[in-house]
Write a protein that binds this ligand. Sequence first.
Ligand code: AVI
Length: 323
Amino acid sequence: MNVHATALAEPHRFDEQNTAFAHDVIDDLGQRPRRLSPKYFYDAAGSELFEQITRLPEYYPTRTELTILREHGSEISALIGSGAALVEFGAGATTKARLLLNRCGFGAYVPVDISGDFLNAQADALRQDFPDLNVYPVAADFTAPFALPEAVAAMPKVGFFPGSTLGNFEPHEASGFLRRARDILGRNAQMVIGVDLEKDERVLYPAYNDAAGVTARFNLNVLCRINRELGGDFDLAAFTHRAIYNRDRHRIEMHLISSKAQTVNVLGRNFSFRPGETIHTESSYKYSLERFAALARGTGWTPLKSWTDAASMFSVHVLVTTD
Ligand code: AVI
């Protein structure tokens, strides 16, 4: 039975989103090396685990980016000017957007996220705290083309893509995202983007292998989600989280390692694992300032200015469209 037919035969209600999930899981688990897309980490439990990761002592990116945004907020707002619409790609906790909204006189805020419920809750909270701000949430997958609300058509646009989420894209996907963002935002747009920097493995390794095991639970949660939403029978105790730094490819790789020979069934398909066989679940690319600037230039953006923290762990960049 193909994935669609199996999905339709399931007792669960299969909408467009989990049909795509089913397709991707079946395709990706069948690859060698086996893989799963990191975009499926973020169900309600995964999003909560990610919030916990951002507060871990070993996970430096979130607090470092916040420090940069706090310290250089007035310089950033001076470059941006006022009256623009702030378009945030993937609106998680709005802490970072609030730092910009507090400082710059934006005409509107457009958070874009695939999870409509979460988005509307965040939008309501923001409307309470910024009563004069027009908030236009857009429920869309920001890794594909989407339209901005008519209400912001006449405003200049500023894209916002914090958290080094760009690092979770393969290099060709990162280029595709930046090109698409330029097309969506239109002429004379700007972009504020947070990018994690290459650094010593002794800092990177613990950030993705934390002592409390939260990253391990975050990684394993994707198997839990497959079991729940696709009726899979992954034995979570038989897979172990591992994150390694691939220096040649400038990326942290997260894996789930099968601890024994086992066969897993998902939607009627069997996947047999050897002991030690891995599922590659995420790459987190780390950039140098030069490599990121080259990526931006190659995708229709001109780097205007960038800031790092004192230890050069993380960077925030303001880009402008190259017209
Ligand atoms: C969301 N993203 C930028 C995180 C990162 O660091 O690549 C996801 C993450 N994976 C493990 N820890 C955090």
